[in-house]
Design a binder for this molecule. Structure first.
Ligand code: ZN
Length: 510
């Protein structure tokens, strides 16, 4: 049987590409954390050079000729020689390298450069337009980016809809046909559930979360929870940035960031737990495969499942706070001294239709995504004109969440994604929510006394389980295959819906 060792000339080149990409990631991380504002232009050019170099190396004739010995260009599958078969890791590695290579190869390099330039330009205009609440200012750039992305879909090829070509870049295997029934099922149950919650007579007091909480103590508590989760500070850091994120240069160097708002306790707390979930995934990738797809995370949806599992299934549970609330109360005695654990639990699970996606509770969050999924699909298919966006946005907000943004800044201009061409990204957030509940329920079945462990602050066996089931495999299996291996089923909205109906039914006495 042939092993990965036989692929050595290929893996050596992949390692070099990965190192270039990792260097670019260091520059991006620095840009978001410590770089002085004046460095922006120069930094964008430095990153662009590295990314261009990595792309060039990936689509090089050397990689192409190596791959053509081992992979059937029609099917992307490894070619076995008579009497000599590839082992499973090699097969997966070849399949995934072929996928990356053929996607990259389909795009002409001047197109890639022009797209990257237009996106970086549009993103800068978007920042201004959002500040000034001027959709009209952003519209010409949005039109350009959109036409580039439609062209990209043509280059990549697709079945049914050009949107599928873009979606596949973020969540391999996902299509409109697989997602539509998922969203339809969510909509059918979440919209009425939300209506019942807003009509419920239960009033949750979460005002105490907006008291004054000292910056350093918030960060300290975030660190404490990250450490309990098993986030390894010998192989990671926690820093501050305008928007929390996670990035990785190697499993031995994974960075998470958070933000601290004096009058908003949950923002630092839950962003630490959320990014910590992402960070554990990246620290859990198999080092021996660094540089190859087997040392890379499998999809955005699965990555988000890790952050959401820790943030929501663990971090917003009563069980978790049984151990951590007394510590939090001790840290913020003046602010929380008279708040009960139950009062804290309901406050951090308060459901309120709101305008801004990133601030949404775990229930209304998916409605924000659904609206974006529908809109971006119509944009890419040419069914919606970009100039009609604000009106369509507001109409759907009214329909799904019962509120209408007073400004475009709080409406159609709120997210950065479309400005840099990330059409097809949003659905992965909801996939992450759904997977998170599926995985967590499986963990509850497989780890003896998991609930008791969480209630006593012991979180490491959960991290180990996630490492064994998900992190260590990288891209060995497709997202769907991985989900089937772990839970016996592909992505399924039912566990999430049952969890939501039970949890919120109880909190709001429905
Ligand atoms: Zn995330």
């Amino acid at each position: 049987m042939k092993t990965i060792a036989a692929l050595e000339p290929l893996t050596t080149r992949l390692l070099e590409i990965q190192r270039i990409n990792s260097a670019a990631s260091v520059l991006s991380w620095d840009q978001e954390t410590y770089m002085p504002a004046g460095g922006g232009q120069a930094r964008a050019e430095q990153i662009a050079v590295l990314q261009g170099l990595a792309h060039q190396k990936l689509v090089s004739s050397e990689i192409e000729s190596l791959l053509s010995q081992w992979v059937d260009p029609e099917t992307g599958q490894a070619i076995d020689q008579p009497g000599d078969l590839w082992d499973e890791p090699s097969r997966s590695l070849l399949r995934e390298v072929w996928r990356d290579f053929s996607r990259a190869k389909k795009l002409p390099s001047d197109f890639v450069i022009a797209l990257s330039r237009e996106c970086s330009l549009a993103q800068q205009v978007w920042v201004e337009a959002k500040k000034k609440n001027s959709f009209a200012m952003f519209l010409p750039n949005l039109r350009t980016v959109l036409s580039f992305k439609r062209e990209e879909a043509q280059y990549l090829g697709y079945t049914d809809s050009p949107y599928n070509a873009l979606l596949d870049g973020y969540e391999p295997g996902a299509t409109i046909a697989t997602l539509e029934p998922v969203f339809a099922q969510l909509k059918a149950r979440l919209v009425p559930l939300l209506k019942r919650i807003t009509q419920s007579r239960v009033h949750i007091d979460d005002g105490f979360l907006r008291r004054s909480y000292a910056h350093t103590s918030q960060l300290e508590f975030g660190r404490l929870v990250l450490t309990a989760m098993g986030y390894d500070f010998e192989r990671g850091r926690l820093d501050l940035s305008a928007h929390p994120f996670t990035t990785s240069f190697h499993p031995t160097d994974v960075r998470v960031t958070t933000y601290v708002h004096e009058h908003d306790l949950p923002s630092c707390l839950f962003s630490c737990i959320h990014e910590g979930g992402h960070g554990l995934y990246d620290q859990g990738l198999d080092q021996q495969y660094y540089g190859t797809p087997l040392g890379d995370s499998v999809s955005l949806g699965i990555h988000e499942s890790q952050s959401r599992l820790w943030e929501n299934c663990v971090g917003r549970s009563r069980t978790f706070w049984r151990f951590f609330y007394p510590i939090l109360q001790q840290t913020f005695h003046d602010q929380l001294g008279n708040v009960s654990a139950e009062g804290f639990y309901t406050a951090v699970n308060c459901v309120k239709p709101s305008l801004i996606r990133v601030e949404a509770d775990e229930l209304t969050y998916n409605l924000h995504i659904m609206l974006r999924f529908e809109i971006e699909q119509d944009l890419i298919e040419g069914k919606t004109r970009p100039e009609d966006l604000p009106e369509i946005w507001n109409r759907k907000m009214e329909e799904y969440l019962g509120i209408v943004p007073p400004t475009d800044t709080e409406g159609v201009l709120q997210d950065v994604h479309w400005s840099f061409g990330a059409f097809g990204y949003f659905p992965t957030y909801t996939l992450g929510n759904l997977y998170s509940v599926q995985f967590f329920e499986q963990a509850m079945k497989e780890i003896p006394h998991l609930e008791d462990q969480i209630a006593t602050g012991q979180l490491t066996s959960l991290r180990r389980w996630l490492g064994q089931k998900i992190h260590r495999w990288g891209r060995m299996f497709t997202p769907e295959h991985l989900s089937r291996r772990i839970t016996g089923s592909p992505v399924d909205p039912e566990p999430f819906l049952a969890y939501a109906e039970k949890k919120y039914g109880e909190i709001y006495q429905l």
